[in-house]
Ligand binder design. Structure first.
Ligand code: HMG
Ligand code: MG
Length: 309
């Protein structure tokens, strides 16, 4: 049995995108540097989205330029792109890093994002699910043309703050569409931390069915990733269940930072991502392993926590 689990730390992106404080670029760079030392598999560094929508990440280009010469071997850098404009931003960063630092490919992966619910899709991207998928088709093709991997996120896989409960079939239908468009990795997001093992299991089962046995993508990594938020304290139980179902890739955030701005309602703010240290603890407790250095992750988590007031 494969006991190796892949970890993507999303703190610099998902951790900071919803904060009222806009963190200075050099402090974000320090967090990314601290994550280098952890040997995490992937760092989701930032997003190439509209700065009118997410001003917190409006410095993506500057941040990548700041760390371009320091990227270690073996760590993947990824960034969110909602449309072709976003992909152009990522490609421009790569061209600059190649020219200035001789880095073959600074950003290795771009992530497109849609939702299982129409309400969330509209609030998050001003587009229906169908419209987001139409936008993604050329983005995915062009990303592949430039040798980039593509992750496809589905938000609100269990519950939506606007449309209530989501059926597993609905999630699997969106998953099928993304897989048909050619994504290399499917990321299931429990955006508001509503999942319990009982509600998450049928979603994973339904989606795994649509993967048709493709547990590994052409890059040799797991095709399915699970992205949990720990709102009601169920994330660790969900990780245990997902591991038992065969999931071998998870997202988490150093310091448990973050949440999604459009997952909040007027009365309740979307809470943090599952903390990476907590995830590592659960994985080890279950007898699985990762490449991550625990002491280095503790140090990175401290730096992450100190970024916000
Ligand atoms: P729109 O307003 O419908 O589109 O936004 P638009 O085409 O009219 O663009 C508005 C302005 O943004 C224009 O500028 C565009 O040029 C510009 P203006 O002409 O007014 O000066 N623009 C851009 N600028 C920079 N980069 C771009 C870009 N595109 C347009 N890529 C849009 C549509 C999709 C752009 C907008 O809704 C958007 O950026 N949304 C991003 C929202 C976001 O980042 N949400 C958080 C990520 S999802 C999440 O956190 C969930 C996840 O963690 C999983 C989980 O937890 O479940 C992934
Ligand atoms: Mg998230």
């Amino acid at each position: 049995m494969n006991t190796q689990v892949r970890i993507t730390d999303v703190a610099p992106r998902d951790g900071l995108q919803a904060e009222t404080t806009i963190v200075a670029t050099d402090r974000k760079a320090n967090l990314v540097r601290a994550l280098h030392a952890t040997h995490v598999d992937e760092i989701e560094v930032s997003s190439f989205v509209s700065p009118k929508w997410i001003p917190q990440l409006g410095d993506a280009k500057e941040l990548f330029a700041m760390i371009a010469a320091e990227k270690p071997q073996g760590i993947i850098y990824s960034a969110l792109v909602p449309n072709q404009r976003g992909l152009q931003g990522a490609l421009a960063v790569n061209a600059h890093a190649r020219q200035e630092h001789g880095v073959e490919r600074l950003i290795d992966k771009v992530s497109v994002f849609t939702a299982a619910s129409e309400g969330f899709s509209l609030k998050n991207t001003n587009a229906t699910i169908e419209e987001t998928l139409i936008r993604f088709a050329p983005v995915i093709d062009q990303a592949h043309h430039h040798g980039l991997m593509v992750r496809g996120y589905i938000s609100c896989i269990v519950r939506c703050p606007f449309d209530a409960d989501i059926s597993p079939v609905q999630v699997a239908n969106v998953a099928s569409r993304l897989l048909d468009l050619g994504i290399d990795e499917l990321d299931l997001g429990d955006t508001i931390g509503a999942a319990t093992p009982e509600t998450l299991e049928p979603v994973i089962m339904e989606v795994v069915d649509r993967l048709e046995g493709n547990a590994t993508n052409p890059f040799g990594d797991p095709t399915l990733t699970v992205h949990l938020h720990d709102t009601f304290g169920h994330a660790s139980e969900c990780v245990k269940m997902a591991l038992e179902l065969g999931v071998r890739s998870f997202d988490s955030a150093a310091g448990g930072l973050g949440g999604c701005p459009y997952a909040s309602t007027e009365t309740s703010r979307a809470p943090g991502n599952l903390s990476t240290l907590q995830l590592l603890h659960t994985i080890t407790e279950m007898g699985y392993s990762t490449k991550v250095d625990l002491d280095a992750m503790a140090a990175a988590s401290k730096i992450a926590s100190e970024l916000l007031p």
